[in-house]
Design a protein around this ligand. Structure first.
Ligand code: COA
Length: 160
C-alpha cells in the first residue's frame, strides 16, 4: 500500500489504547498516517480540541510517520486539503457496522476518489470507548489499562 496517505478521524475525547492499537496497525500499512481530531461540537467534548490534539501527540510520539492535526468542517475536505486518499476506521463490533457503512457511503458520495478501509482492534479493546474511560475515571476507577499515561493524568486533573 505504498504512496498512500491515510487519515484516521475521530473525536478522541480522549484518545484510548483502542485508538492507539488501530493507529499502530495503520502505521504498519501506510507510509503516512494523519490522526484527524474532529472539533465535533455536537458531541460536547470534555477536553478542548487543543488538549485532545496534544494528548494524541504525546501518546503517539513513538510513531514517527504519524501526524496529529485538529480539524473542523467536513472530513472529506480535510482529506483533500492534506492530499490523503484513504480514510481508516476501526470496527470494534457488529454494532459499529451500520453507522460505519453509512459514513463510508456518504463520504464516497461526496468524494469517490477517497476510499474507506476498516481495521479491527485487538479483542481486548473491542469493548472500549472514550465515554466509558471518562466515566470510570470520574468515579475514581483505574483507567491505566485502557489509556496512555498522559490521558490518565489529564483525566485526574479534570477532577482537581
Ligand atoms: N478503540 C476505542 N474506542 C473506539 C475505537 C477504538 N478502536 N473506535 C471508536 N471508538 C470509540 C470512540 O472513542 C467513540 O467513543 P465515544 O462515543 O464514547 O466518544 C466512539 O467509539 C465513536 O467513535 P467514532 O466512530 O470514531 O466517532 P467519533 O464521533 O469520535 O468521530 C467522525 C466521528 C469525526 C469521524 C465524524 O463525525 C466526522 O467525520 N466528522 C466530520 C464532519 C463530517 O465530515 N461529517 C459528514 C460525515 S459523512
Amino acid at each position: 500500500m505504498k504512496n498512500n496517505k491515510a487519515i484516521y478521524p475521530g473525536t478522541f475525547d480522549p484518545i484510548t489504547n483502542g485508538h492507539i492499537d488501530i493507529i499502530e496497525r495503520a502505521a504498519s500499512l501506510f507510509d503516512q498516517v494523519i490522526v484527524a481530531v474532529a472539533q465535533n461540537a455536537a458531541k460536547n467534548p470534555v477536553f478542548e480540541l487543543e488538549t485532545r490534539v496534544e494528548l494524541a501527540q504525546q501518546a503517539l510520539n513513538h510513531l514517527k510517520h504519524v501526524q496529529v492535526i485538529g480539524f473542523s468542517g467536513l472530513l472529506i475536505d480535510f482529506a483533500v486539503a492534506h492530499h490523503a486518499n484513504i480514510i481508516i476506521r476501526g470496527l470494534r463490533a457488529v454494532s459499529d457496522f451500520e453507522y460505519e457503512f453509512q459514513l463510508a457511503g456518504m463520504n464516497r458520495k461526496l468524494n469517490p476518489q477517497i476510499e474507506s478501509i476498516f481495521l479491527t482492534p485487538s479483542e481486548h479493546y473491542t469493548y472500549l470507548s472514550s465515554t466509558l474511560v471518562r466515566e470510570i475515571a470520574a468515579f475514581n476507577g483505574d483507567v491505566s489499562p485502557f489509556a496512555p499515561s498522559c490521558v490518565v493524568e489529564a483525566l485526574r486533573s479534570l477532577k482537581s
